[in-house]
Write a protein that binds this ligand. Structure first.
Ligand code: BES
Ligand code: ZN
Ligand code: ZN
Length: 501
C-alpha cells in the first residue's frame, strides 16, 4: 500500500473517495455543511436528513460528488462527540472509512486532515499517525493459506493524507513514514502469531527473526539445542523434552556495542505450540495455542521497527522458544529443574511452561547490565479472566517504569493495567523440595506467575506484561481482525520513543 500526501483542499483532493471527519456536535456539523453547500447546494442538507447522519461513531455517509469535487465520492465519517475526541477516535474512524472503501472496491482513498483543535496530544503528527494506524491495521488479512485469494481485487492500493497548508503537509510526511513502519511491524507480529504450528516452530521462528534482521540491520544470534544445554538453560530444555523439534534461543540486538546508549532488554515467550504437556489441555480451543509465541512476535516486531526508526537505545531481544508437547521424554509433574543461574523449580503442572522458559531468559538478561527489562508473555488464563481482551496485565518492581508503560498504553490504546506483587501471595508458590513451585493454586494466577518470574530477575528494573488476553482475540475489534493482534509493538515503540532514564 502506497502512502502519499497531497497539498489540496477538499475540492482538489485526487482519489476515488475522499474522507471528511465529522463530529457529532451540531455546531461542527453546521460548519461542515456550510462548506459542503458551496459544492452541493441545499441537496446535501436533504441527504444528511434523509440518512439521519449525525456524526456519531461508526456512521458513514457516502455521497456521489457529480464532478463537484475532484474525487467522485465523498465519505462523511462520524467521529462521535468532540469532547471525547482522542487519537483512538481517529484510528477507529479511519478504520471504518477504510473498510467501507475496500468493500466498495475503492483503490485510492484520501483523508482530509482535520484542521481544528490541536491539543498537546492531538498534534498534526499524532493525528496523521493515528489515521494511518487505523487505516492500515484494519486492512490486515491473513490469507496466505487460501489457494484462491478472497476479494484480492478489493485491496486499497494508495492512501493520501490531504491538507491545504504546506507546513502541515511537511509535518505529515514524517508521521506517515514512521506510522507505516510501526504498522508493518505490527502486521509482521500478527503474521507470526497466526501462522500454524506445523509451519512456525522454533527453527522457523528463528529464521523469521533472522530474515528481518538481515533486511533491516539488527543483529540476530540463534543458539541451537546443544548451546542451550551448555549454557544451562534448564527450563527451556525441560519444556523442550517432550517435543521432536529442537528448542532455540534467539538473541536480537539493535545498536550492539554502542556503549553510550541505555540498554533495554525485551524478553518474549516463544512457545510455538502449547498442548500443556503431560498436564494436557482440553481439546476445545487448543488450536489457539499456536499463538503462545505472541510475546516473541511482539519482540521481533518491536526490534524491526526500532531499527527502521533508528531509535537511540541499545535494544536487546531474548526469545526462548520451544513447543510444549507430550513425547516419551516429556517433563513430568514432580520434576525438579535447575535454571540458568542455579535456582531450582518444582514442576507441579507442565502447562505452566511459559514461566519455566522465561526464568532462564530473565536470569540471563542480567549479563547485559540493562537499565530496564520488559518481558511479554501469553502467560496465564487467569489474566484473561481478570482483564478480558481490553487490557494487558502489568506487574513489576519499579513504579516509574510502570508509569511510563501506562502512559504509552494510553497513547497507543494498547492499555496496560497493574496487578500487585504483594509478598503475601508468595507462599502460594513455596515448594517443599525446590526454591519455587511453578503453580500457585486457584487464586490470583496471574500474580503468582508474576511472582515466580520475580524470583529469577537480576538487579535491574523489570516489568512483566501478561498479554494472554490482548494478543489472542476471539472477536474482531475496530482495527484488529480476530486472531493474533500484534499487541506490544505499538506499545513498546511508543515507550521507547519517550524513553528517558
Ligand atoms: N499459554 C497458557 C496461558 C494462556 C491461556 C494464554 C489462555 C492464552 C490464553 C499457559 O502456558 C498456561 O497454560 N497457563 C496455565 C497455568 C496454570 C497451569 C497454572 C493456565 O493459565 O491455565
Ligand atoms: Zn501452558
Ligand atoms: Zn503457554
Amino acid at each position: 500500500m502506497k502512502l502519499t500526501t497531497q497539498r489540496s483542499t477538499l475540492r482538489q483532493a485526487k482519489a476515488d473517495a475522499v474522507v471528511l471527519f465529522v463530529h457529532e456536535d451540531p455546531s461542527h456539523l453546521q460548519k461542515n455543511l456550510k462548506e459542503l453547500r458551496t459544492f452541493f447546494g441545499k441537496k446535501i442538507d436533504s441527504l444528511i436528513a434523509l440518512e439521519s447522519f449525525k456524526g456519531k461513531e461508526n456512521e458513514i455517509l457516502s455521497v456521489y460528488t457529480e464532478k463537484k469535487l475532484s474525487s467522485p465520492r465523498l465519505y462523511l465519517v462520524g467521529m462521535g462527540a468532540m469532547k471525547k475526541l482522542s487519537l483512538e477516535q481517529y484510528r477507529r474512524a479511519a478504520a471504518s472509512a477504510a473498510k467501507h472503501a475496500s468493500s466498495s472496491s475503492v483503490k485510492h482513498l484520501a483523508f482530509m486532515m482535520p484542521t481544528s483543535g490541536s491539543s498537546s496530544t492531538l498534534t498534526t503528527n499524532n493525528v496523521a499517525g493515528a489515521i494511518v494506524e487505523g487505516m492500515m491495521l484494519s486492512q490486515y488479512k491473513f490469507d496466505k493459506y487460501f489457494t484462491e485469494k478472497k476479494n484480492s481485487d478489493k485491496n486499497i492500493s494508495e492512501v493520501s493524507l490531504c491538507a491545504a497548508e504546506e507546513s502541515i503537509v511537511r509535518n505529515m510526511k514524517r508521521a506517515l513514514h514512521d506510522a507505516k513502519i510501526v504498522c508493518e511491524a505490527t502486521c509482521l507480529a500478527r503474521d507470526l502469531e497466526n501462522s500454524p504450528a506445523n509451519d512456525l516452530y522454533p527453527e522457523t521462528l528463528a529464521d523469521s527473526a533472522r530474515k528481518s534482521g538481515e533486511k533491516h540491520g539488527f543483529r540476530v544470534v540463534v543458539w541451537d539445542k546443544k548451546r542451550i544445554e551448555q549454557a544451562g538453560f534448564g527450563g527451556l530444555i525441560a519444556v523442550n523434552a517432550g517435543s521432536e523439534r529442537p528448542a532455540r534461543f534467539i538473541i536480537l540486538e539493535h545498536n550492539a556495542g554502542r556503549n553510550n546508549l541505555d540498554t533495554i532488554v525485551l524478553v518474549g515467550k516463544g512457545i510455538t505450540f502449547d498442548a500443556g504437556g503431560i498436564s494436557i489441555k482440553p481439546a476445545a480451543g487448543m488450536a489457539e495455542m499456536k499463538m503462545d509465541m505472541s510475546g516473541a512476535a511482539a519482540v521481533i516486531g518491536t526490534m524491526e521497527a526500532a531499527t527502521r526508526l533508528n531509535l537511540p537505545v541499545h535494544l536487546v531481544g531474548l526469545i526462548p522458544s520451544t513447543e510444549n508437547l507430550l513425547g516419551g521424554m516429556a517433563m513430568k509433574p514432580g520434576d525438579i529443574i535447575t535454571h540458568y543461574g542455579g535456582k531450582t523449580s518444582e514442576v507441579d503442572n507442565t502447562d505452566a511452561e511459559g514461566r519455566l522458559v522465561l526464568a532462564d531468559a530473565l536470569a540471563y538478561a542480567a549479563q547485559y547490565k540493562p537499565t530496564a527489562v520488559i518481558d511479554l508473555a501469553t502467560l496465564t488464563g487467569a489474566c484473561v479472566v481478570a482483564l478480558g481482551n481490553h487490557a494487558t496485565g502489568m506487574m513489576g518492581n519499579d513504579d516509574d517504569l510502570m508509569a511510563q508503560l501506562k502512559r504509552a498504553g494510553e497513547a497507543t490504546y494498547e492499555r496496560v493495567w497493574q496487578l500487585p506483587l504483594f509478598e503475601e501471595y508468595e507462599k502460594q508458590i513455596k515448594s517443599d523440595v525446590a526454591d519455587v513451585k511453578n503453580v500457585g493454586g486457584r487464586w490470583a494466577g496471574a500474580i503468582t506467575a508474576g511472582l515466580f518470574l520475580k524470583k529469577f530477575i537480576g538487579d535491574y528494573k523489570w516489568v512483566h506484561l501478561d498479554i494472554a488476553g490482548t494478543a489472542i482475540l476471539e472477536e474482531s475489534l475496530p482495527y484488529i481482525p480476530k486472531g493474533g493482534s500484534g499487541v506490544g509493538v505499538r506499545l513498546l515503540i511508543e515507550f521507547l520513543r519517550n524513553w528517558k532514564r
